[in-house]
Design a protein around this ligand. Structure first.
Ligand SMILES: Nc1ncnc2c1ncn2[C@@H]1O[C@H](COP(=O)(O)OP(=O)(O)OP(=O)(O)O)[C@@H](O)[C@H]1O
Ligand SMILES: [Mg+2]
Length: 408
C-alpha cells in the first residue's frame, strides 16, 4: 500500500516485481543515514530514487542537492563540491561554500558518480568516512552531516579494473545497493508505460491518445529497449507528433524501432555480455578491426603491384571487398563505412599514390573521433548532453574533446 502511494506521489508507473523490490529497498533504507548506490542502465529511471530516499527520511526538511558529476568540468569539481577559499586559484575572488557544506543536515545526490576524477574520489571517500572535508586552498577541517546517494549506469567493477574508480570508494558507496531493472526485464510494465506516455502527450499536443494494435503490443513487449524508459517515452512522443492515424499497428511501430534491437529476430549480438562496452569502445573495436584488415589489404596490393599484370586470386579479390563493419552494433556510423579503398587498377593509374599515407590518414582514430563528435552534435542540434549520451562518453569528456579538436 505504501509503495502505491509513493508511486503516485513520484509519478512512477509500473508494477513489476523487480521495480517493486528496488522501491522497497529504497523505502527501507530511507530513514537510516546509510550511503546508497543506485545502478542500472541508462534511461531506467534512477533519478527518482534519491528523491524518494530523501523525502522518506528525517532529513526531508534539509537541503536536497543533485549534482551531475559528469557535467562539471574537472578543474572546478572540487571547488563545487567542497568550496574554496578566496584567492585559492585564479578567478577565486570570493570564498565559496561547496555543496557538502550547503547540504549539511540534508542529502546529496551524486549522479553519474563514476565520472568523478580520481583526486575528487579521494576527497569524497574522506567525507563519507569521517564527515570531514577541507575547502580548496584551505587547511581548516570542516564537519558536515550529509547523506550521500549516488547513481551510475557504468559497470563500476570494470571501471575499477581499468583504474578509473577507487575500490575503497566503491565499497563505501555501495553500502546499500539498489538495482533498477532494465525495461526488457519488466515486460508487464511496457504497455502500461506506453499508455501513460501517450495520454500525457495527447494532453500536451491536444490530440486523441495513440492506440496500439495487438501485433504492435507484441512488438513493443519483445523489443530490446536499449534506451529503456527514456527511449519508450521518446518513441511515443515521436509517433504522437508524426503519425496522422492514432491507430498504431506493427508496421508503423517498426519504423520507430531500429531493426537490430528486435528480440524476436535471430540474436544479432549478445547484448548482455556487451553491456559493459560503451558505444565508443565498440567503435574503437570496429576501427581497430578495420585497420587490421587494411594492413592485410596493403600487403595484397603490394604483392599485386610487384607481380605486374597477374590477375588477383579469388581470395585476394574477396579480401578487397569491404566488410560490413558492425552495422548491427552502431547506429549512424556511415562515416565508418566510408573508408577509401583503392583498387589495384586505380593504383597503377596513379603513379604518385602513396598507399601508406592515404590509409593512415583515413584511419586516424582522432579524425574518426572528431567526425563522430561533429556528427553527434549535428544530430542532436548542438545539445551536448544528448550528443555525449549517444557517443557513450561523459559530458565533461565531450567538452574536453570539443576544445581539444576546436570543434565549432
Ligand atoms: N517508472 C517510471 N514511470 C514513469 N516514467 C519513468 C519511470 N522511470 C523512468 N521514467 C522516465 O524515464 C526517463 C528516464 O529516467 P531517468 O532520467 O531517471 O533515467 P536514468 O536511469 O537516470 O538514466 P541515465 O543513466 O541515462 O541518466 C525520465 O523522463 C523519467 O521521468
Ligand atoms: Mg540519470
Amino acid at each position: 500500500m505504501e509503495l502505491q502511494s509513493i508511486k503516485q506521489r513520484f509519478g512512477i508507473i509500473g508494477n513489476s516485481p523487480l521495480l517493486n523490490r528496488a522501491m522497497e529497498v529504497a523505502v527501507q533504507v530511507a530513514p537510516t543515514d546509510l550511503t546508497v548506490l543506485i545502478s542500472g542502465e541508462s534511461g531506467v529511471g534512477k533519478e527518482v530514487f534519491p528523491k524518494i530516499i530523501h523525502q522518506q527520511s528525517a532529513r526531508k526538511h534539509g537541503n536536497y542537492i543533485a549534482v551531475n558529476c559528469g557535467a562539471i568540468p574537472e578543474g572546478t569539481i572540487d571547488s563545487e563540491l567542497f568550496g574554496h577559499e578566496k584567492g585559492s586559484f585564479t578567478g577565486a575572488h570570493e570564498a565559496r561554500k561547496g555543496y557538502f557544506e550547503v547540504a549539511d543536515g540534508g542529502t546529496i545526490f551524486l549522479d553519474e558518480v563514476a565520472e568523478l576524477p580520481l583526486s575528487t574520489q579521494v576527497r569524497l571517500l574522506r567525507v563519507l568516512e569521517s564527515g570531514e572535508f577541507m575547502k580548496v586552498g584551505s587547511s581548516k577541517v570542516i564537519k558536515t552531516d550529509v547523506r550521500v546517494v549516488a547513481a551510475t549506469n557504468v559497470n563500476i567493477p570494470v571501471a575499477i579494473e581499468k583504474g578509473n574508480f577507487r575500490q575503497d570508494l566503491f565499497y563505501r558507496l555501495n553500502t546499500v545497493p539498489i538495482f533498477v531493472p532494465p525495461l526488457r526485464d519488466r515486460k508487464e510494465d511496457i504497455h502500461l508505460l506506453f499508455r501513460k506516455f501517450s495520454a500525457d502527450f495527447a494532453e500536451t499536443y491536444r490530440m486523441p491518445p495513440l492506440q496500439l494494435s495487438e501485433d504492435a503490443v507484441r512488438i513493443l513487449n519483445n523489443y530490446y529497449w536499449p534506451g529503456n524508459i527514456r527511449q519508450l517515452k521518446n518513441v511515443t512522443e515521436q509517433m504522437s507528433i508524426i503519425e496522422r492515424t492514432k491507430q498504431i499497428d506493427g508496421n508503423i511501430l517498426h519504423r520507430y524501432l531500429p531493426d537490430n534491437e528486435m528480440t524476436d529476430m535471430p540474436v544479432l549480438y549478445k547484448k548482455q555480455e556487451e553491456d559493459h562496452l560503451s558505444e565508443r569502445e565498440i567503435l574503437y573495436k570496429v576501427l581497430f578491426d578495420m585497420k587490421k584488415d587494411m594492413t592485410e589489404l596493403k600487403k595484397i596490393i603490394a604483392g599485386l603491384l610487384e607481380d605486374g599484370d597477374r590477375e588477383p586470386t579469388k581470395e585476394q579479390t574477396k579480401a578487397l571487398t569491404i566488410k560490413d563493419y558492425g552495422e548491427d552494433l552502431l547506429t549512424d556510423t556511415t562515416d565508418v563505412h566510408e573508408v577509401e579503398i583503392t583498387t589495384p587498377e586505380e593504383l597503377s593509374d596513379n603513379s604518385d599514390f602513396d598507399s601508406h599515407e592515404v590509409i593512415e590518414e583515413s584511419l586516424s582514430l582522432q579524425d574518426k573521433e572528431k567526425e563522430m563528435i561533429k556528427k553527434a552534435l549535428e544530430k542532436h542540434r548542438g545539445k551536448r548532453k544528448s550528443a555525449a549520451r549517444e557517443l557513450g562518453i561523459s559530458e565533461r569528456t565531450l567538452y574536453r574533446k570539443i576544445k581539444e579538436y576546436s570543434i565549432k
